[in-house]
Design a protein. Structure first.
Length: 164
């Protein structure tokens, strides 16, 4: 039996679109693991977490952007906020608008790709360099080729984790 492929980790930058005239550059770490072959993970700095505040004005779409760093969710990574979604969604969104529910990915003008993350606390629009996302996906396909994900999936372990 061969050893499992090494996890893929790629750090890149994204622009958090705050308004038509404002954005913030932030570091994003992309993760892929062969033992979870259908998913990619994006980890963002905790200070960009959207957290509900009872004093926020619901009419202000930017009220959820924190003025001070926040600790992030208790169940997320210690150094940031993690979003998990399908590797296939990321790949499809590089060429055509893709996604349903909380995560949408679509090409933008030029060499950019937009990832839209939706939660009850708000919506985050992140703009990435498309080449960086393609490079990450290429490395993930070296670890687990497209179409071979199910041969790397341990269904018994996944079911045990769901039922635990």
């Amino acid at each position: 039996m061969s050893a499992a492929p090494a996890p893929v980790e790629h750090t890149t930058h994204a622009r958090l679109i705050v308004s038509t005239h404002r954005s913030a550059l932030l570091r994003v770490t992309l993760h892929y693991r062969a033992d979870d072959p259908l998913a990619v993970r994006m980890v963002f700095p905790a200070e960009y977490a959207l957290e509900p505040d009872p004093l926020d004005d619901p009419a202000d779409p930017y009220a959820d952007l924190p003025a001070e760093p926040s600790p992030g969710p208790a169940d997320g990574p210690a150094d940031g906020v993690e979003w998990v979604f399908a590797r296939q969604l990321l790949a499809a969104g590089l060429d055509l608008p893709s996604g349903e529910g909380d995560v949408h990915v679509r090409p933008a003008l030029g060499t950019r790709t937009v990832v839209e993350l939706r939660s009850p606390e708000g919506v985050a629009l992140l703009q990435f360099d498309r080449a960086d996302l393609r490079r990450f996906l290429w490395h993930s396909y070296l670890a687990v080729p497209e179409g071979r994900e199910l041969s790397h999936l341990d269904c018994d372990r996944a079911l045990a984790e769901l039922l635990a």
